[in-house]
Each structure stands twice: as structure tokens, then as C-alpha cells.
Design a binder for this molecule. Structure first.
Ligand code: SAM
Length: 353
């Protein structure tokens, strides 16, 4: 096998088998990496132009009943001051975002029993009523099928639920025994079946990762065909069991972004905050590697430091909705512009409900 030929195969057929993924992951050269990024960038431009969609990210609660070993808002982090926004505070964030031009609001939070499912439904309904034509994305973890259904019926358009890793053994390294990969996958399939535009994704460089686990992730995405994929480097948080683990690599994250763009040419692919935190210019490099979405922070400034999933998480400057001018000039410097459209998946017909 030859990595350059595998890149051609991926570019032309949008798929590789397990042995091919493994070879590409383990045996590519810096020249292969550069060519892969150039092809991924060209593919993104063919579908989206030199434009990047923006989403306003509202981190509405940092309470969480789960205890994921990598996550700074895990249940056992007693050092964290917990907060929960009220629906009125969430709507005020949307007011600000709407005035800035945002047409997608992403409500992300821990699995917080104190923010009931019905309250989240009512909040989605109020956002959709106040900002007609906007899209609402939820990212609120694992729920019952009937609850996902009620979120959809309330008007939520999209749902982000990273699978974190598609390798069952690594999943057990990253999560406590009460969480299972099988259930996470069931949730993703239910979300898709209900009609959401669905985002999956994984942590890059988290403990237990090997080329085999990465190949498993790529094969899962190839089979599941999500509308959105969120990947970012694992970054340690000092109050978690993984405090002293090394961070995931920026270079590997960029390589994987390019692989995903060639595998799923029309996917909505964010250059994530973790990528921007891991390296200066990380987000711009992500766009040049094939990403086409950024998610500036619209949360109230007073709570941003409390949604600390990992140490030093960025939430100001170009990562902040209020720092749009900085984002504009960062994009301008690499020849890109903000796209103020809703940015639905091109794979979905008449997404505007
Ligand atoms: N509770 C919801 C869920 O589980 O999908 C959404 C919130 S969760 C905090 C959002 C994402 O943050 C996770 O899917 C995970 O990939 C990412 N994350 C958490 N801890 C991280 C870390 N230490 N480094 C990088 N990403 C992290």
C-alpha cells in the first residue's frame, strides 16, 4: 500500500476499508499530510465556497450527573462553582446573538436534572418564536427516545452528541462503568431516525487512543454518515483523573479533519474551541484543513470561566461572539469570510421548519 494512492482513493470514493485507514494513519509523510489538507480544503470550497458558518454557543448549565473521566464539569469535580441559566437569560443571549447576526443558537450543557426536559422544550419553543427562521441545536447528552422526540417537536433542528470514541475498550477507559458505547450509539441512531441533523465526533489523543481506535472512529463515521462531525484534541483538566495525561496533538487533529472532509464532502465540520485552545491559530489551521464552521461563545461573560471543560479553554477574543471583528480579520487573513446563513446540512431537504 501507498499513502499517496490511498489519499486518491479516499478523494475519489469517499471511503477506505479498515486496513487502508490503518495504513494511512500510520504511514503518511509530511508531503501526504500537506496534499491531504489541500484536497480537503478544495473539497470544502467546492461545497461551501470560501465561507465559514458561525453558530452562537450558549453553555446553559454546567451541572452534570455524569462522571466522564476527561471532563472538567464531571459530577465529582467539587472545586467547580455550578451554574444554570434561566430561560430568560438564555433568551437574552439569543437577543445579543441575533443582533450580531447569528441565525443558529447552540444550547450546550451537562446532563442536568435541574433543568427539566420540559423546561428545555419550552425554552426551544420561545427561541423559535422570538427568532423566526433561526436554527436551534441542542447538545445536552443522552436522553430517552421520547425526550429527544419532544425536543424535536418543540422545534430543535440539530443535535450534537459526540460518540467520543467508537472503540469499546477505549470508551471504558474514558467513562465510568454506567456509561456504554452501545447506548451512546443507540442515542445517535434515534436522533437521526427522529429527523434531527445529527453531529457525532470524537476526542483526538485521549488516553487509550491508538491508530486502531482512530480507524474505528473513521469507519463508524463512514457508516453512520452524520450531518456534522465535531472533533478536537483532548486537553487535560487539573480536577479530573486525567489531569496529568498529555494533550492530544494539533497536527493529528488537522490530519483527521482533512480525512473526514474527504470521506464526508458535505459534512458540517467545526474548527473547535479545543483546537483553538491547543495551538495559536488552531482554528484557522482547522479551516485550511477542511473545516467550515466556527462556534463563538455567546454565554454570559460571568459564567464562561465556569464552563471549563479543560484547562485554559478559550472564551474571549475571536472565540467570543462579542469578538466578531477579531474573527473576521482572522478569517480574512486566510481568505475566508463569515457566512451568515443558517448553515443547514446540504444533505437535508427543506430544513427550515
Ligand atoms: N453533556 C453533553 C454531551 O455529553 O454530549 C454535552 C456537553 S460535553 C461537556 C461537550 C463535549 O466536550 C464532549 O462531547 C467532549 O468531547 C468535550 N470535552 C469534554 N472534556 C474535554 C476535554 N478534557 N478535552 C477536550 N474536549 C472535551
Amino acid at each position: 500500500m501507498d499513502a499517496a494512492a490511498l489519499i486518491d482513493t479516499l478523494h475519489e470514493t469517499h471511503r477506505l476499508d479498515r486496513a487502508q485507514w490503518l495504513f494511512l494513519l500510520s504511514a503518511h509523510t509530511p508531503e501526504d499530510r500537506a496534499r491531504l489538507a489541500a484536497l480537503a480544503r478544495r473539497t470544502a470550497q467546492a461545497h461551501f465556497g470560501n465561507r465559514v458558518y458561525v453558530r452562537g454557543l450558549i453553555e446553559f448549565t454546567n451541572h452534570c450527573r455524569q462522571n466522564c473521566r476527561y471532563c472538567g464539569i464531571r459530577r465529582d469535580n467539587r472545586a467547580l462553582t455550578r451554574y444554570r441559566l434561566t430561560p430568560e437569560e438564555i433568551l437574552a443571549c439569543c437577543d445579543q446573538g441575533s443582533a450580531l447576526g447569528f441565525r443558529t443558537f447552540v444550547l450546550q450543557g451537562g446532563e442536568d436534572a435541574g433543568f427539566s426536559d420540559s423546561l428545555l422544550c419550552r425554552t426551544v419553543e420561545r427561541i423559535k418564536a422570538r427568532f423566526p427562521g433561526c436554527a436551534v441545536t441542542l447538545s445536552a447528552g443522552e436522553r430517552e427516545h421520547s425526550v429527544y422526540r419532544s425536543f424535536f417537536d418543540a422545534g430543535a433542528d440539530r443535535y450534537l452528541l459526540r460518540h467520543e470514541t467508537a472503540d469499546a475498550a477505549q470508551y471504558r477507559v474514558l467513562h465510568p462503568p454506567e456509561l456504554s458505547l452501545a447506548h451512546r450509539m443507540d442515542c445517535l441512531r434515534q436522533l437521526k431516525e427522529i429527523g434531527f441533523q445529527v453531529g457525532a465526533g470524537f476526542l483526538v489523543g485521549a488516553p487509550g487512543q491508538t491508530d486502531e481506535t482512530l480507524a474505528e472512529n473513521l469507519l463508524f463515521l463512514q457508516e453512520f454518515q452524520p450531518h456534522m462531525v465535531g472533533i478536537g484534541p483532548f486537553l487535560p483538566h487539573h480536577e479530573t483523573p486525567f489531569a496529568t495525561e498529555p494533550p492530544g496533538s494539533t497536527e493529528q487533529t488537522l490530519f483527521l479533519l482533512s480525512c473526514i472532509r474527504l470521506m464526508l464532502p458535505q459534512v458540517l465540520l467545526p474548527a473547535t474551541t479545543a483546537l483553538g485552545t491547543a495551538a495559536a491559530g488552531g482554528r484557522e489551521h482547522g479551516i485550511l484543513a477542511g473545516a467550515n464552521v466556527v462556534m463563538p461563545n455567546l454565554s454570559p461573560v460571568a459564567v464562561r470561566k465556569q464552563y471549563m471543560l479543560y484547562d485554559n479553554k478559550l472564551s474571549s477574543g475571536g472565540e467570543s461572539a462579542q469578538g466578531l471583528n477579531q474573527l473576521r480579520s482572522q478569517l480574512d487573513a486566510i481568505g475566508y469570510k463569515i457566512d451568515w446563513g443558517r448553515g443547514d446540512s446540504p444533505l437535508v431537504q427543506s430544513a427550515n421548519r
